[in-house]
Design a protein around this ligand. Structure first.
Ligand code: NI
Length: 138
């Protein structure tokens, strides 16, 4: 197990009470765990600023499946890219709309380029990208 170091941190009373309220709502058991997660999240965001950093991402899109041209384009985009499409999940939402969740692995710049292309396709109604740094956190 990794060695743990204890530190003392000072907070303004009001800031700390807002933080306690937030982490209680989120279900944290301790301040330490919440603070560790905040630091990890900040470090991860910093790493994602490097275009060449390794990352994984999900791209979720909602589109009308009657648009057959769009479906062809979505498939060819996934086959043509340098980055790896790990998997896709398809959900039939209603008579018209489908949701596709595409899991990607590659460099940050490649993932962002692919995500932009997916979201920009005609017929895509909604889209969201969630990108996570894939290296080991130091
Ligand atoms: Ni469908």
């Amino acid at each position: 197990m990794e060695q743990v170091e204890r530190i003392g941190v000072s907070f303004e009373k009001n800031l700390l009470s807002q933080f306690d309220k937030l982490i209680q709502e989120q279900g944290y058991q301790s301040r330490s765990e919440a603070i560790r997660d905040l630091i990890r999240e900040r470090l991860s965001r910093r790493l994602l600023e490097h275009p060449g950093a390794k990352a994984v991402a999900t791209v979720s899109i909602v589109y009308d499946h009657h648009s057959t041209e769009l479906m062809k384009k979505l498939t060819s985009l996934q086959h043509n890219q340098l980055l790896q499409t790990i998997c896709t999940m398809h959900v039939h939402l209603d008579h018209h709309d489908c949701m596709e969740v595409i899991c990607l692995k590659g460099k940050v710049e490649q993932i962002n380029k692919m995500a932009d292309q997916l979201l920009a396709q005609k017929g895509v109604k909604l889209g969201k990208v969630n990108i996570i740094h894939a290296g080991t956190a130091e």
